[in-house]
Design a protein around this ligand. Structure first.
Ligand code: UMA
Ligand code: ADP
Length: 431
């Protein structure tokens, strides 16, 4: 009998467990979660050997396969256990056993993953293709394996890519690299190394011409996107940005619902990723035109007395705050709320960008000290709510209150969505 161990009882671990209970009925299944009271405990059947509160090497030593969750740092574990894989690698191995292999698009990068993943999925759906999205975006891949999909669009984090070897993709992109997760990786190169696994077994590697860190390392079939000088590029004509593929105009900025230069790049990457599907041009254009973006990404959530309240709670790292500020138009004062868990980042490169604004900077949360140094007049608060209460009496017509924290939310919130919802609630009370 095979011994299979799942590490983690979060979304991925629980999804893996359910898959195993259904498809590996003749195996001994164990689950380890280092947290004393992990989620989903009450749903673990008695037949499963469960250990919580610490790592259990006895169980690991006797395992034939160890399937880990993305949130587990496997640097040490993988030295001892060569049979450790992530849930996405397990998904890929299971797909290989099927009669028909689906067409898969895979997406990574420090920022823009969810936007590109959702956009690709909507385009394929509109074209009538039976497609599912999955991965880091929030739907564990093993939850969507059984449904006989013809295609998948997978958002993959560096964590999920660490052990990935078996996934075959029709196209794969590395969108960009900026500092993130430096509490988990020894340095930026190690972080990027994991991301490059996205190109391991793809028919078309899509990369960002302006970001050398994304260039595919091997001589594979590849295509680049960029503001200029690439196969997919942007041409500014009479002040209007138009997206091009070679000499073919695709669409212009007035025909889309997304804002910001970074989103134009996201759309170019999307065009490259869906190219293997040979879809109808007009249908693709319509799907992109109708896409209004995802919540919590530079989203205008409230406007009162000429003050705009913008929720960019998904800005969980330096690069996403930089993208948000790039080209941002504010008539009067920008009230910027930053803070939370910095994941080991150094924010000093923000200083010149911030100096372009009439700025009031409010720092809160666990790593606020690292942000306070960005502006001599920066204000320090315990929480986001305290910051908002303090700024509310000072706001004037033409101001913008922007939550773009450049940090993870986990020190004070369940996740970035809860942080964004809380910001929206407070905006409506104090704004
Ligand atoms: N944990 C322990 N001990 C354990 C197991 C987990 O302490 O034994 C902790 C982890 O350190 C982490 C938390 O529990 O702090 C959750 O980890 P998990 O691996 O159980 O997470 P899941 O609930 O399975 O969610 C994961 C992804 N989370 C992470 O990678 C941390 C989700 O991405 C993803 O949507 C989900 O799988 C489905 O694929 C979230 C995320 O924050 C959005 N991703 C990071 C990011 O985008 O920056 C990479
Ligand atoms: P991810 O899934 O990689 O976190 P999202 O699409 O959810 O990416 O966007 C996260 C944040 O990054 C948002 O604040 C958004 O404004 C910003 N962003 C989106 N696309 C890009 C990009 N191509 N480059 C830099 N920042 C981006």
């Amino acid at each position: 009998m095979q011994n299979i161990t799942v590490i983690g009882l979060g979304k991925s671990g629980f999804s893996t467990l359910n898959y195993l209970l259904k498809h590996y009925k003749n195996s001994n299944i164990s689950v380890i979660d280092t947290r004393p009271t992990p989620p989903n405990l009450e749903f673990v059947p008695a037949s499963v050997n469960l250990h919580t509160g610490s790592m259990n090497h006895e169980i690991l030593d006797s395992s034939d396969i160890i399937i880990t969750s993305p949130g587990i740092d496997i640097r040490q574990l993988s030295k001892k256990y060569t049979n450790i894989i992530g849930d996405v690698e397990f998904f890929a191995q299971e797909l290989l056993k099927k009669d028909k292999y689906p067409k898969i698009i895979a997406i990574t990068g420090s920022n823009g993953k969810s936007t590109v993943t959702t956009l690709c999925t909507e385009i394929l759906q509109k074209a009538g293709i039976k497609v599912s999205l999955g991965g880091n975006i929030g739907t564990p891949v093993l939850d969507v394996i059984d449904d006989n999909y013809d295609a998948y669009v997978l958002e993959l984090s560096s964590y999920q890519l660490e052990t990935l070897k078996s996934l075959k993709t029709v196209s794969a992109v590395h969108l960009n690299l900026s500092p993130d997760h430096l509490d988990r990786y020894d340095d930026m190169d190690k972080y990027n190394e994991a991301k490059h696994n996205i190109f391991y077994n793809t028919d078309l590697a899509v990369y960002n011409q302006q970001d050398e860190k994304t260039y595919p390392k091997n001589n594979i079939n590849k295509v680049a996107f960029s503001t200029d000088n690439a196969e997919y590029f942007i041409k500014v004509e009479n002040g209007i940005s138009t997206l091009y593929h070679k000499d073919e105009a695709l669409l212009n900025e007035n025909e889309i619902g997304l804002v910001g230069q970074h989103n134009l790049l996201n759309i170019l990457a999307t065009y490259a990723l869906i190219s293997p599907f040979n879809l109808n041009d007009e249908q693709v254009k319509q799907a992109i035109a109708n896409f209004k973006g995802l919540p919590h990404r530079t989203e205008l959530i409230y406007e009162n007395n000429g003050v705009k309240w913008v929720n960019d709670s998904k800005a969980t790292n330096l690069g996403s705050l930089v993208a948000c500020l790039d080209g941002l138009k504010v008539q009067n004062t920008l009230h910027l709320l930053v803070g939370g868990d910095s994941k080991g980042a150094d924010f000093s490169e923000l200083k010149p960008l911030l100096s372009k604004f009439k700025l009031k900077l409010y720092c809160y949360g666990r790593d606020k000290e690292k942000l306070l140094i960005l502006d001599d007049a920066a204000l320090s608060f315990e929480t986001m709510e305290d910051s908002i209460k303090a700024l509310a009496p000072t706001i004037e017509k033409g101001d913008m209150v922007l939550l773009s924290p450049a940090c993870a939310s986990l020190d004070q919130f369940k996740n970035f969505e809860v942080r964004g919802d809380e910001f929206t609630r407070l905006a409506k009370i104090y704004g």
